[in-house]
Ligand binder design. Structure first.
Ligand code: SAH
Length: 213
């Protein structure tokens, strides 16, 4: 199959060759059909080395960025993970293969509906989707072992840190509208530690604790 070959090349050339080494992450990305998460007209480009539009002014993230962020969450398989910004549902699908339960929030209902359909087609039933402002988190399902924010924000949405359990990891792009630093925060008994992971450019996190507009 053409897509299978392209996906294998994506994993080898864009991910493994650039330093992604978590076998589980590489395997999830080698088995998840990224082309199913983009419009028919863009399928030919689904395994290329860049983000793609998914409608409503939003994008499906760059494969390398998805791999880098997922690896940074250090998932073993038992975790409950909160994702802010479902978008196409591609990152959601990768998470669903690597942890126990994914709770994902998207502010645009049409994107959430489409993501649900593709996730169901792939039999990824361990995903709960919700439409709303993810900057306030999902208190009823907290605490989470890991939290991933897949939209750029001027500051860390305050409620998210309080929904992360001790020992948990939170990965978030923080910065300006056109460029952000990817950060990993770890919470433990001694407090919060912050690590810089790389540079990135995400669409805006819009909401109460993100960009105002
Ligand atoms: N991981 C997704 C990224 C989509 S782009 C993918 O690869 O497809 C970021 C998404 O975040 C967009 O769909 C946007 O609508 C959504 N978003 C922005 N602000 C949000 C908020 N406050 N709560 C939930 N989703 C939000």
């Amino acid at each position: 199959m053409l897509f299978d070959r392209r996906r294998k090349r994506m994993v080898e050339e864009q991910l493994a060759a650039r330093g992604i080494s978590d076998r589980r992450v590489l395997s999830a990305m080698a088995t998840t059909p990224r082309h199913s998460f983009v419009d028919e007209a863009l399928r030919e480009r689904a395994y290329d080395d860049h983000p793609l539009p998914i409608g409503q002014g939003q994008t499906i993230s760059h494969p390398y960025t998805v791999a880098l962020m997922t690896e940074a969450l250090e998932l073993q398989g038992t975790e409950r993970v909160l994702e802010i910004g479902t978008g196409s549902g591609y990152q959601t699908a990768i998470l669903a293969r690597l942890c126990a339960n994914v709770f994902s929030i998207e502010r645009i209902a049409t994107l959430a509906t489409r993501a649900r359909r593709v996730l169901d087609q792939l039999s990824l039933y361990n995903v709960a989707l919700r439409v709303g402002d993810g900057t306030i988190g999902w208190n009823a399902e907290a605490p989470f072992d890991a939290i991933i924010v897949t939209a750029g924000t001027p500051q860390l949405p305050r409620p998210l840190l309080s929904q992360l359990r001790s020992g948990g990891r939170l990965v978030v792009p923080i910065g300006e509208e056109d460029a952000q630093a990817l950060l990993r925060l770890r919470v433990d008994a001694s407090g919060v530690t912050e690590e810089y992971i790389g540079d990135c450019r995400f669409v805006k996190l819009l909401g109460r604790y993100g960009f105002a507009r």
